[in-house]
Structures are given as C-alpha cells and as structure tokens.
Ligand binder design. Structure first.
Ligand SMILES: [Zn+2]
Length: 447
C-alpha cells in the first residue's frame, strides 16, 4: 500500500541523487526569492551554485526560531524568510516556540499539496485507504497538522470528521462508525474513559487505528492506549516547518519523506553531523522539486528536537526512506546532578502497567532547588481514578524502578539525597495543568 510507490521505494542511490538535485534547485531558488538567503550569500561571498551536496549544507548557517524572529517585523521592515510574492501566499501561520514570541510562516498552495502528500503516504503506510472514516481531534488553527491530514484524505478517498478536539458528542461514534482517530495520547485516553462511562466500549466501537502525535510519549503509554482501545496505535511527528514523519505498519521507527524534507542529526553544539544511531538535534532543510515554489524556505533549521537514525535499509514495508526514533523535545529535557532526563522518562514511570489500575495517566511535575547547592526536589503529581483506593506504595515503587532503569547516575544522586522525589496523589481534575489554558506543560522547572 503506497501513495507514491516509485518515490517511496526508490533505491538508496537514486534517492540520494534526487536529494542532491533538489538541494541544488532549492539553493538556487533561495538565492533568487528569499531576501534572507540572498543577503547571506552576498555577505558570506558564497556562490549558490557551489552548494551542491548534502555535506555542503554545513556551509550555510543554522537557523533558529530566534533568527526567524530577528528577520521579521518589527525587527526588520519585511519578512526576510518569505520566499514568494504575497499573491502566492495562500495561508500564513504563527508558531510559538518556548519563547512565546510568534514566528511567521508562509505557505503557498504548492506547499499545502506537498504537505498533504506527506500525510497521504503516512496514512497509506498505516493501512488506511478508501472508505476509511477518520475523526481528527487535532486542532484546526494556526497549526497545519489537522488541515494537512484533511487534504491528504481527499487524495486517498478517506472521509474526515473534523471535530478538532476529543470532547465531541459520542453519537458521532455511534452514528458514523469511524474506523480511525487522530489525537494525542492523553486526549484519546480521556475519550475512552468517557466512552466506557456512556457504555460504548472503545474496543467494540469499530475504531481500528489510532494515529497519535503532537508530542513525544513513552512507549508504555502507547502500549496502554492500544490496550484500552483494542487496536493499533501509530506515531507521527509533524510541524509547521514541514517535517511530517510517520510510522508504517512495521512500527520500527518513523519514515522521513526524504525527497521533500532533509533531516540532519547534529551534535548538541550544532557543529557537525552525527553517525546513524547517535542521538542529536534534528536540523531540517526544505527540499523543493525542480521548478516549484515555496512560501518559507529553511536550510538547516534547528527544530530543538532530538532523535537518532534507526535505519537506512529497506523497511519490511518496502519503503527505503530512513527511519528515525520518536523525537523528544530538547526544551523538555532537564538536568539534575549533571545528568539529563526527559519528560518522557517521567511519563514512563507513571504508565507502568500495574499503576494503570489506579491512575488515569495524567501527571505533572515540578522541580525545586534545595537548601544546598545542586540539590533538586521533583514533586510528581499523579491523577488517581479514586484517591482513596490507590495503592500509593506500589505506584511509587513502580515509578522509581522505571524512572531510574537506564539512569544509574541519577539513581545514585537519589540514594545520596541530592535528588529527592516526592509524590502527590491527586483526585480527578485536581492537577494544576487543568487550570492553565493552552498546551499543558507537564514539567515545570522552578529552580
Ligand atoms: Zn516501513
């Protein structure tokens, strides 16, 4: 099941040649249409035609969200990264990173078509096809995800039910019998709880596939979600900048649409590429097919997400495009006693299978500094199905065992009381994150 079989199964040699051809065209396009790159090539004395291969991309600067903001109003008179005329800007978007100040992002209709193709490939690699009915619980707003999936459905012959959130009336499920659902792990768990309450067991609802994305998650939470719904759960990774990677039915990593977006994995100092299998920062480059246009062009864009390349070999599904691990957000990595851990590690501790007899899966954590230099206390709040019946000791032990499993240095800091973990067992709807608007921040560093 392929959407674009020739491209998706292209041999490595042919694919690499196509990538380099598109890098050359994209550099040429940038030098002609992007005010930022035009100026940059001039100032650096670089002849665009000399940037020819993927290694040559290292000659170009790494662009951060900050660079984009510094090259848009009010810092500059115009949008320096906009690379088409206004008449060709179909939609404009703002993305807020960790700083809270929005970055402007422009899409031409052609960009939408390419974005939709990426999702169409993902859906088909997951076994979706004509006649499927999919409820999209991701929001239709300044984020492109939900709209892109809707466009992709048109290419495949799928029906989209554009709810935009997971709190829709359950007659939608009863009357239209959707076969798939797109949402976040937590929202789909919440929906399942609601369905069980209203006597519509998720496992008997007819939903055969769930597509999750929008944030990284522990594999334990995916396994639990699959159990609750009694169906397959597929992971996707997308952004307004155009990543859109997705798991195929082999579920051994997320395929990168290598002909349309180029990902390099850099060391943490963003100086050089890492080898396959080494974890580092995802740095993204737009790839344009020859002759095409693009609303916002990015070379070496620092996504601030981390991953590693799992494989460059042909996948069991037949695709040849590389596979990466589920990316994690760098902004959700925290350091204690000179050791890193990610939000996903905390989530893994929560979602231990035996814990789920007592918990909803919702959690939040706060980090506080101690009296002595270098001391950290993490207060983990966990939402209980029934606060009184929760076996707190068992939950704590399961959490700590999973959290420290691959982190012996952190475990040592815990044993030496440099790192303290305290638990708070909250009742339903009692977490602080329920009182905050927007995307919940699950770990807050108050040191
Ligand atoms: Zn595959």
């Amino acid at each position: 099941m392929f959407f674009n079989e020739r491209i998706e199964t292209m041999s490595r040699g042919e694919l690499d040649a196509l990538i380099e051809e598109r890098i050359r065209y994209t550099v040429k396009y940038a030098s002609e249409h992007s005010p930022f790159y035009r100026r940059w090539f001039r100032e650096q004395n670089i002849t665009p035609s000399e940037v020819r291969t993927h290694e040559d991309l290292r000659e170009l600067p790494v662009i951060s969200g900050k660079t984009i903001r510094e090259n848009q109003p009010p810092e500059s008179t115009d949008f320096q990264f906009k690379s088409v005329d206004w008449k060709d800007v179909f939609t404009l978007h703002e993305t807020t990173g960790t700083s809270g100040t929005p970055k402007a992002f422009f899409l031409a209709w052609e960009d939408w078509e390419r974005y939709a193709e990426k999702y169409a490939r993902i859906f088909m690699s997951q076994g979706f096809g004509p006649g499927d009915r999919v409820v999209v619980c991701a929001s239709y707003g300044m984020n492109v995800g939900a709209n892109t999936m809707t466009l992709a459905a048109r290419e495949i012959g799928m029906t989209i039910i554009p709810e935009g959130k997971c709190t829709f009336p359950l007659r939608i499920i009863k009357n239209y019998k959707p076969t798939g659902m797109v949402g976040s792990v937590f929202k789909l768990l919440g929906l399942a709880r609601q369905m069980i309450k209203e006597n519509i067991p998720p496992q008997e609802s007819g939903v055969r596939r769930l597509v999750v994305g929008g944030e990284s998650f522990a594999d334990e939470s995916r396994v639990y979600l699959a159990e609750v719904w009694g169906c397959e759960v597929y992971n996707t990774y997308g952004s307004t900048e155009g990543t859109m990677c997705g798991e195929c039915n082999d579920r051994s990593g997320l395929h990168v649409p290598e002909d349309l977006v180029h990902l390099d994995i850099y060391d943490p100092k963003l100086q050089d590429f890492l080898r396959d299998g080494e974890c580092g920062r995802i740095v993204l480059t737009t790839l344009l097919p020859a002759g095409r246009k693009c609303g916002t062009l990015l070379f070496n864009y620092d996504t601030e997400d981390t991953t590693l390349v799992v494989s460059r070999d042909r996948c069991a599904c037949g695709r040849t495009h590389i596979k990466i691990l589920n990316p994690q957000r760098e902004s959700e990595t925290f350091w204690v006693a000179e050791m890193p851990f990610n939000r996903v590690d905390v989530e893994r501790g929560v979602f231990q299978r035996e814990n789920m007899e007592y918990l909803t899966g919702e959690y939040e954590a706060f980090l506080y500094g101690g009296d002595d230099e270098g001391e950290t206390t993490m207060r983990v709040s966990i939402e209980c199905l029934d606060r009184e019946k929760c076996d707190r000791k068992a939950v704590e032990e399961n959490f700590l065992r999973a959290f420290f499993r691959y982190k012996p240095q952190l475990a040592k800091a815990y044993a030496n009381e440099i790192f303290k973990i305290i638990f708070n067992f909250a009742g339903l709807q009692d977490l602080e994150l329920y009182r905050i608007k927007g995307r919940p921040k699950r770990i807050v560093d108050r040191r």
